[in-house]
Design a protein around this ligand. Sequence first.
Ligand SMILES: C[S@@+](CC[C@H](N)C(=O)[O-])C[C@H]1O[C@@H](n2cnc3c(N)ncnc32)[C@H](O)[C@@H]1O
Length: 254
Amino acid sequence: MARQATRKADQYDDPKYNYQDYWAGREYENAAEVMAIKRLLKGQHFKHAVDVGGGYGRLSKLLGSFADKVTLAEPSQQQLDIAKIYLKDTPSVERKLLQAADLEMPAKSVDLVLVVRVLHHLPDPMVELKEIARVLKPGGTFVLEFANDSHFLNRVRYGIRGKRVPRSPVSIQDEAKVKAGELPFVNHHPKTIIEMLQKAGFEVEMVLSGSNLRSPRVKKVLGKNVLLGLEKVMQPLLAPIYFGPSVWLRLKKK
Ligand SMILES: C[S@@+](CC[C@H](N)C(=O)[O-])C[C@H]1O[C@@H](n2cnc3c(N)ncnc32)[C@H](O)[C@@H]1O
């Protein structure tokens, strides 16, 4: 059974916070994510895709070219309201106020789920992963992106101190704020997430290393075209060592 959804106000519902503005100046990151999704879904077409925690629908639009119907499942009413405008030319996307832990869809009813930049708000995502497994048909596809605590630079940083990157989620949010009710913000270790996914009934089909050049200094020196040319080569090449700050997985529901 899915956990009862517990809605709470968070920054995505704060009228002073505009998540769309976050993307200004992040054209490389956005294009790198679009590149990863296109790569993971190349040559495939789906009946019903769900963009879980899809915000204002930044990537739901893209899903529209891979599926007949797309549901933007998002717990923030403010994001859904922005999506209404952002997706006005994409009528195949329906907007629903939903949490990942309770998608309110029949079991085995969906053949593609996308989760991007959401796991950092879920320090223990097992309930959500099981709910995604429940709604996916056997053989269905799950594309997951999460913030990688074990990226190359972090491994070097820990190594210099004679330590290993922890397998448990690492909070990069002020703990006082989390206690005060703000959303948590954590980075995950790929091995921990993959173990959880296997327990939830998924099999890893493909891995990509994402946003490999996400550094203000590198971004300043290299233009967007050069960054994306390098990103294209690095995504598959560096996947086996989880090089980048973002890990992409294409999983199959068993
Ligand atoms: C950084 S945004 C990412 C939005 C979108 N996936 C994208 O990449 O543009 C994180 C989103 O996760 C949503 N979120 C937070 N907790 C969630 C939960 N428990 N279930 C589903 N979505 C959640 C937030 O409301 C927000 O829209």
